[in-house]
Design a protein around this ligand. Structure first.
Ligand code: PHB
Length: 404
């Protein structure tokens, strides 16, 4: 953290002089962790949302918070028998601000758990700070492979997916369809790059070839030149990663360029999740892979969707599901210790053993704390990503480099 930023933070918390001096010293050596105060044994369960509330991922952050709050509401507003108190930071999907924002929640607000975030680059900063402070972290979206790979840790959990997973599922589907030559197109940061890696791993293992990997900086939406380049390469298909506001613009631009019926477009399901109202006709018929879909037949999904529509006057999407399941995962831990959030090893043990009754279908966690889950092939029909089939059953991220 920048020393001036830390000074402001310390000032805001009115630390005693010796403690402040110690904290500044620690900042200089990068060893801030030693000064973190332990959370209280009694009182409320303090949840810190670090999510994007502005920018291209703003709607995703809101859906995650909605899902989380809805589950807590269904438990009478309590987890482990304690009331829940919320703290919020807008992370703006800006990786540069991540360490300072995460530190605010952990040190100033003294939260028991950080729930965040959406953007893989921001997530790297949160993981680092959570590890330094030994704070419980539940990742409700960001897929950055490292979080449940080389940077895995006992206090780091994910209720969503790894970037590798949905990409791998689509690589498998396209290879099975006999496609040979694919071009990929993404934002140039971990989420896009690691999706493409997962895609390539499955696709090329079965004889396909990724002939060109195209990208543009996040969150740019000047797609025109790249769309023209894709067309000139004449691939059998295109695989893309885009999400949120950028996904809306990309799908519309693709249709406007006249390619919708010429080159088959596929993506991880973020391309069309939570975006269909805005994409309209341009999205019809698009096929994607994801760990959630419309038209699943489990009872949990039915009641979740009814409650969500009633509470928020909105249809839920994958982000709402991931937020809901982050709360379910935390509940498993908090209930095991009757709300005593100081009993970290017991909380972790209970979360590791949880079978989460998710609207996506029940899932368990891998050793690296990432969901082992089915990936659905979906097809856009009207305002729905209708499930067609299970593309890959019980897919576990390989968790390369994790030593848990
Ligand atoms: C990510 O940055 O990991 C990310 C962002 C948005 C998504 C999926 C993944 O929809």
């Amino acid at each position: 953290m920048h020393r001036n930023a830390l000074r402001r933070l310390l000032h805001a918390r009115r630390l005693t002089a010796p403690l402040a001096a110690l904290a500044l010293l620690a900042a200089g050596t990068g060893a801030v962790a030693q000064t973190a105060a332990a959370p209280a044994a009694g009182g409320k369960v303090k949840v810190g949302f670090m999510l994007p509330y502005t920018g291209t991922y703003a709607a995703l952050g809101t859906a995650i918070e909605n899902g989380f709050r809805m589950y807590v509401q269904q438990q009478g507003g309590k987890l482990g028998g304690r009331d829940v108190e919320y703290f919020k930071v807008d992370d703006e999907s800006d990786p540069a601000k991540a360490p300072e924002n995460a530190t605010k929640l952990i040190r100033r607000d003294q939260v028991d758990v950080v729930v965040g975030t959406v953007h893989s680059g921001v997530q790297m900063g949160i993981v680092k700070v959570a590890k330094e402070n030994n704070t419980l972290l539940i990742i409700p979206n960001a897929g950055v492979d490292e979080a449940t790979g080389p940077l895995c840790g006992p206090n780091i959990f994910r209720s969503s997916f790894s970037n590798w997973q949905p990409g791998y599922a689509m690589g498998h589907v396209l290879a099975e369809r006999g496609m040979k030559k694919v071009v990929t197109l993404t934002w140039k940061y971990a989420a896009g790059e690691q999706s493409v890696k997962g895609f390539k791993e499955a696709f090329e293992a079965k004889g396909g070839k990724v002939v060109k990997e195209l990208s543009l900086p996040f969150p740019n939406v000047e797609f025109q030149a790249l769309i023209t380049e894709v067309a000139s390469l004449k691939p059998d298909a295109v695989f893309v990663f885009f999400a949120g506001g950028g996904a809306v613009k990309f799908v519309k631009d693709w249709q406007a360029a006249g390619l919708k019926d010429k080159i088959p477009l596929y993506g991880s399901g973020f391309l069309t999740d939570g975006t269909l109202d805005a994409q309209g006709a341009a999205a019809q018929g698009l096929e994607t892979t994801l760990h959630y879909a419309d038209g699943l037949s489990n009872a949990r999904d039915k009641s979740f969707r009814l409650d969500y529509a009633k509470t928020y006057k909105l249809q839920p999407d994958v982000y709402a599901v991931q937020g809901y399941d982050a709360a379910q995962l935390l509940a498993a831990g908090a209930n095991a210790v009757k709300g005593d959030m100081t009993r970290k090893p017991d909380i972790i043990k209970a979360m590791e053993a949880a079978k989460v009754d998710s609207p996506r279908g029940a899932f368990t966690l891998s050793k690296a704390h990432n969901p082992v889950q089915d990936f659905y092939l979906r097809k856009v029909d009207g305002r729905e990503n209708k499930v067609s089939s299970v593309a890959v059953k019980a897919l576990a991220d390989p968790a390369r480099g994790c030593r848990l």
